[in-house]
Ligand binder design. Structure first.
Ligand code: ADP
Length: 260
């Protein structure tokens, strides 16, 4: 089933084929790459193309297994069980996307293990159920290996349960295309913004922890299309989000003047 309204996604390589093959064969998929490089868009695009419902969970350090599985809630004086997004996906044969999975609490990985081997089961301790994943259920997770946090990486026993695809920012030609199609900005300024982004990315590790994401270039172009002067749009979307250090900011703004 091909969804007519799949959100626009420009492939960087053969990732759509890998996703489709993983979906076809009931294999879980891990997307590795920096924030804002298109992972979430890719998953929504593929879910629509394959005609499967999608449950997306943005993981954070307080997210526990119960948030994914479900819990008893008090409703009108009665306690009723309410499925979490993972349980719903397992029952319905949907795709469950755990964005930034390493951020979640450790008990989440325990839940993922029986779902990512050929048993494909989700034990729900609180209700005593053991759900077998419906046809079509697929687990997709993402993480950013760039964060140098030794405490927050996936354990080999978890990561070796997933097929993995590495993502990075698209090459300049593709990134210009994305910015054009996402915002409708003119080609000259799209090229300029991408050129600037690549200069800023080259500073990663020296003055900057993270480079400019494709998302931020799209934001800058959106502001420009709305009528904001380009220097101001760049400052708000591509400089301020990167650093709080005034000296670094001044240096980056000089770079802007050199490119535009
Ligand atoms: P991530 O999940 O990797 O943090 P997103 O998928 O949210 O990043 O991407 C951020 C934005 O960048 C998207 O909303 C979209 O505008 C744009 N984008 C990045 N890469 C692509 C791509 N390959 N095709 C289409 N849009 C893209």
């Amino acid at each position: 089933m091909e969804g007519a309204t799949a959100p626009f996604y420009l492939p960087q390589g053969d990732e759509c084929d890998v996703f489709a093959a993983a979906a076809e064969n009931n294999l879980p998929l891990l997307l590795k790459g920096p924030t804002g490089c298109g992972k979430t868009r890719f998953v929504s695009h593929m879910a629509a193309k394959l005609g499967r419902p999608l449950y997306t969970v943005a993981c954070h350090d307080d997210l526990s297994a119960a948030d994914l599985i479900g819990r008893y809630l008090l409703k009108g004086g009665e306690t009723v069980w309410v499925d979490g997004p993972l349980t719903r996906a397992v029952r319905e044969g949907a795709i469950c996307y755990l964005d930034e999975v390493v951020e979640a609490r450790k008990d989440v990985t325990v839940v993922l293990h029986p779902l990512t081997d050929d048993r494909r089961i989700l034990p729900i301790d609180r209700t005593g159920e053991e759900l077998e994943a419906a046809d079509g259920f697929m687990l997709v997770a993402s993480y950013n290996p760039g964060y140098q946090n030794i405490l927050k990486t996936l354990k080999p026993s978890t990561r070796q349960r997933f097929l993995s695809v590495a993502f990075d920012f698209p090459d300049a030609e593709r990134e210009i295309d994305v910015v054009l199609r996402e915002t409708g900005i003119d080609a000259d300024r799209a090229k300029g913004l991408v050129r600037l982004a690549n200069k800023l990315r080259a500073l990663k590790g020296q003055d900057l922890e993270e480079g400019v994401s494709t998302r931020l270039i799209v934001y800058a172009a959106t502001l420009v299309v709305q009528g904001m002067p380009i220097e101001r749009a760049i400052e708000a979307a591509m400089i301020e989000p990167l650093t709080d250090d005034e000296d670094v900011k001044t240096g980056l703004l000089d770079l802007v003047t050199a490119v535009f």
